[in-house]
Design a binder for this molecule. Structure first.
Ligand SMILES: [Fe+2]
Length: 477
């Protein structure tokens, strides 16, 4: 493994740098931007050094923006990976449309905007198709359909369509998480593709610290501290911010650069109108954890009540209004009882525990790449776990254990051999599947061996266990 190269950070006190430019409409009086030039390494080339993150947390995290110049040897997504993720997200959107879900209610979290308006009809026709083959040829196909109007395609949770991208972000965020923790709401990698000159929803602020990875074209972020617009509600979602340009910090990123801004900063992106693409990794903060509890209680109550959980009309007697008001409608009363029961149900805590396991192994991303298709493992195949990203395994209740890897969890009947198997995999030492199972399964119980084999195959499907195809000898016992 190559050695780490110490990063260099520079403080520039004027707008003279080619990387830091001010908006042309007005000349700012002053600006100060920190620019970092770290070199990332790690197995995927996206890990920063301890020194970088320590300095970052001290100077920038939730404090001030930062432009990080060309830290990686490769882009977060190659051109072909980017297009594959876009095509997959678009296909999911089309599939959900076939289930009669309107544009604003589809899990793909995809928005197509034309001149700052969200398109509500025939969105599918404007999305990438597998036949486009590249981002550029997709843009060439749809531009005539828009008759010269600017567009912007926004897809949230893009990480769920590319395991490699999610794994690179996991490597990137690891050092930061170690110091500040994982976001209480979630992490979300949203892609913005546009020839529109400014962010679709105008000047705004998110409840998220953001790392923006520029993939294509130039992105110029105009940033203002929270205080600039406090008590100026009219500024939200506006494009009319000209009078504040002289107070903006402007960071311009080229492909390969990363721009960070804290959750407190107001911002808008500008570009020159050429096709551009960037991924904004938002770490969503300032969250109400009870929302997670309520979400699960809602599912439990819906399951318990079924059709009787719905109501069309309640009895209403104008002539006996006192009596009508004095008694709760039976279905509302039933709903209250169901919520009470769900709140006391042990399975609520267990569901939240499983969610927490997934949050931990998913590195804060609520939506993670799907598992690969399950596959039978032969006894002589060599398997290997990942010590840096271990499988976690905890008792769920008296009867079951819960395992989680790469943001997915599953449960198994309790057996004391399971944690031993997981510990062995987590060492990262390659082993033949047969000898591993023989070592940890009891010889007297066939079911135990089958259970552990099932766990091993499940972990392979979750990409927590990889097959070693080299001819190098693996430990056989
Ligand atoms: Fe934003």
């Amino acid at each position: 493994m190559p050695g780490w190269r110490a990063e260099r950070m520079e403080r520039r006190a004027t707008a003279g740098s080619s990387a830091v430019k001010m908006n042309k409409a007005k000349t700012p009086t002053t600006t100060v931007a920190d620019i970092a030039r770290p070199v990332a390494e790690g197995p995927r080339g996206f890990a920063f050094t301890t020194e970088f993150w320590e300095r970052f947390v001290e100077r920038h995290w939730e404090k001030t923006p930062l432009l990080i110049k060309q830290p990686f040897a490769a882009q977060l997504l190659s051109a072909s990976e980017l297009f594959a993720a876009l095509a997959q997200a678009s296909e999911q959107y089309r599939a959900e449309g076939r289930q009669l879900r309107p544009p604003y209610d589809r899990g793909a979290k995809l928005r197509f905007c034309i001149e700052h308006s969200v398109l509500m009809t025939d969105v599918e026709k404007r999305l990438p198709e597998a036949g486009d083959e590249s981002l550029e040829s997709y843009a060439r196909r749809i531009e005539p359909l828009l008759a010269g109007r600017e567009f912007e395609l926004i897809i949230n949770q893009l990480q769920s369509y590319s395991f490699e991208m999610w794994a690179r972000l996991r490597e990137f965020l690891r050092g930061l998480y170690e110091r500040v923790g994982i976001p209480a709401e979630n992490a979300d990698a949203a892609i913005f593709i546009r020839n529109q000159k400014r962010t679709g929803f105008g000047l705004h602020k998110d409840k998220a610290g953001v790392f923006m990875f520029v993939l294509k074209g130039r992105k110029r972020m105009l940033l203002w501290p929270y205080e600039t617009f406090s008590a100026k509600e009219e500024i939200v979602s506006t494009l009319d911010y000209g009078e504040f340009l002289d107070r903006a910090l402007v960071l311009e990123g080229q492909p390969g650069d990363v721009i960070y801004w804290p959750s407190t900063y107001w911002h808008i992106g500008e570009s020159d109108g050429d096709l551009s693409a960037s991924v904004s990794v938002g770490l969503r903060l300032n969250y109400a954890p009870f929302a997670d509890v309520i979400k699960h209680v809602t599912h439990m109550v819906e399951r318990q009540l079924g059709a009787s959980g719905r109501a069309d009309l309640y009895r209403f007697e104008p002539a006996r209004l006192q009596q009508t008001a004095a008694e709760l409608p039976p279905r509302l009363d039933a709903a209250i009882r169901a919520v009470r029961e769900a709140g006391c149900d042990q399975s609520l805590e267990q569901t939240l525990k499983l969610g927490w396991l997934n949050r931990v192994t998913g590195y804060g991303f609520a939506s993670v790449p799907a598992p690969r298709p399950p596959r039978t493992l032969a006894d002589d195949e060599i398997v290997c776990g990942q010590p840096e990203y271990p499988v976690v395994c905890v008792p769920l209740n008296e009867d079951r254990w819960a395992c989680s890897a790469n943001g997915h969890s599953f449960t198994t009947p309790t057996t004391h051999h399971l944690p031993l198997l997981i510990d062995s995999l987590n060492t990262g030492i390659p082993r033949r599947a047969g000898s591993l199972l023989a070592e940890f399964a009891t010889t007297t119980e066939t079911g135990d061996r089958e259970l552990l084999r099932h766990v091993l195959e499940k972990l392979h499907s979750l990409r927590a266990v990889e097959l070693i195809t080299s001819k190098e000898p693996a430990r056989s016992s």
